[in-house]
Design a protein around this ligand. Structure first.
Ligand SMILES: [Zn+2]
Length: 348
């Protein structure tokens, strides 16, 4: 008798264990969308798009949310990809004011680079049962007829792909980005390009992602802290002061981005400008000497500080430390935006 029972127990135990790894079995399936062609999405920053649209307030985005969902009204939301690369396998999270845990609103199998599309809230048209981030079932039926008030919702994205994990690290930065035509009167004597165009903005979106990725990286912090860097009075910054300088870069609330001519860059306050050659180069070369120089101006450092230009002895400074890390990131092919995933080879 015992000889028979023993193998049965072993089998049951095995079966039980297997079952446990696949539970709990969610009864709710998260709706999936694809925004990968002209039939299911439009494109932002298309050639010929007007300056008014390119530089519009509606195109402002947070660097930590380059996959941006925003409510248009109580029933309709807009999904937009501000990265110049396709994003796959993302989950959009909805937080309703008063509810502790974000809800998995829908999945995106694929959204092409710079795609934009308006959709109805999935619960308006389909099933009202959703899962929150802990896979607990939430019924959104109370909102099926009224929708959700604009001021009670916020959105984020998540996912497990390498690209999404990198894009999520940018949430450490406070940068809200918008593109600008700083020379609306087309004055030929200033250093702003007369008309910023769609190709400028397309490439710029990738530059900002890579710069943010550089600035948030732990390897950058290590190199930056180890680097001798002087302040505006040519006095060496302490470790605490360097940490503070890096924190200031991370905390810049607004980047008003423009294109410069005659010079390589321009920066101060919330204004950030780079020349066409920087937009050409950042996928293959270090651009810290210009970009970090200008960002250092934005946080208050002048040309007397080696936050902007390297100084002697040893030709050291912030742009040297940052440049070394950026070049490493290029060599290791770990920057979020690279030549191999940028969607429009003709831009490069
Ligand atoms: Zn300068």
């Amino acid at each position: 008798m015992k000889r028979i029972i023993l193998p049965i127990f072993a089998f049951l135990f095995f079966g039980c264990k297997k079952d446990k790894t696949s539970s709990p079995v969610p009864t709710v399936k998260t709706t999936e969308y694809t925004f990968d062609n002209d039939a299911n999405s439009g494109l932002m920053f298309k050639d010929g798009e007007s300056i008014e649209v390119l530089t519009s307030e509606a195109r402002r985005y947070e660097i930590g949310k380059v996959l941006r969902v925003k409510a248009i009204n109580a029933t309709t939301i807009e999904v937009a990809n501000f990265a110049p690369v396709d994003i796959v396998d993302a989950t959009i999270l909805l937080t309703i004011e008063g509810q502790a845990k974000p809800i998995k609103l829908f999945r995106i199998a694929k959204i092409r680079a710079h795609a934009v599309q308006e959709i109805k809230y999935p619960f308006m048209e389909g099933n009202t049962k959703f899962l929150n981030i802990e896979d607990q079932e939430i019924d959104l039926a109370p909102y099926k007829t009224t929708g959700l008030a604009l001021n009670q919702v916020s959105f984020d994205f998540t996912g497990d792909t390498d690209l999404i994990k990198k894009l999520k690290t940018l949430a450490k930065l406070k940068w809200k980005i918008k593109y600008h035509d700083f020379d609306p009167a087309d004055d030929p004597t200033n250093n702003w390009k007369e008309n910023i165009d769609a190709k400028d903005v397309r490439r710029y979106t990738g530059l900002m992602i890579n710069l943010a990725y550089l600035i948030q990286a732990e390897s950058t912090k290590t190199a930056f802290i180890a680097e001798p860097i002087t302040d505006n009075n040519n006095v060496l910054l302490t470790t605490a002061q360097k940490e503070e300088a890096l924190k200031k870069m991370i905390d810049i609330p607004t980047f008003n981005c423009g294109l410069v001519v005659n010079v390589s860059g321009l920066g101060g306050g919330y204004t950030f400008g780079v020349a066409n050659h920087v937009l050409n180069d950042y996928l293959t070369n270090d651009v810290s000497f210009i970009a970090i120089h200008e960002i250092s101006h934005m946080i208050g450092y002048s040309h007397s500080s080696s936050m902007t230009y390297p100084t002697n002895p040893g030709n050291r400074g912030a742009v040297v430390a940052m440049g070394t890390v950026y070049r490493e990131m290029l060599t290791k092919d770990i920057l979020p935006i690279k030549t191999s995933n940028y969607y429009k080879p003709a831009d490069l």
